[in-house]
Ligand binder design. Structure first.
Ligand code: ZN
Length: 112
């Protein structure tokens, strides 16, 4: 099958199933992590964690769940892979490294 280098949007589409699988894996991993941390928080010794560290890790897991869920929703509504700030397609390399990316790299720098 022929791949055309002139159609970057099509390239992202061809990889959507892979990216979707990555997002679903990450969503599951963050969910598992949050469940684990919730269990630790209830244990007398907090699973060996400082309560503050547990809270920080749980917050990161919740953020990860929110980010991946949002990206999966964007896949469903067709806005996935497009920068929310400038409207340009996000490069595939960036999506593979960061499947839940909402912005291209230059716009991400402007956000922070
Ligand atoms: Zn952008």
């Amino acid at each position: 099958m022929a791949l055309s280098a002139q159609e970057p949007a099509g390239v992202v589409e061809e990889h959507t199933e892979l990216l979707r699988a990555m997002l679903e894996d990450q969503f599951a991993a963050h969910t598992r992590r949050l469940t684990e941390l919730t269990v630790y928080a209830r244990l007398p010794g907090h699973g060996g964690y400082e309560p503050q560290a547990l809270e920080t890790l749980a917050a990161a897991a919740r953020q990860g769940i929110a980010d991946t869920a949002q990206a999966l929703r964007r896949m469903t509504d067709g806005s996935y892979g497009v920068c929310e700030r400038c409207g340009e397609p996000i490069p595939l390399g960036r999506l593979k490294a960061l499947p839940h990316a909402r912005y291209c790299a230059p716009c991400q720098r402007h956000q922070t």
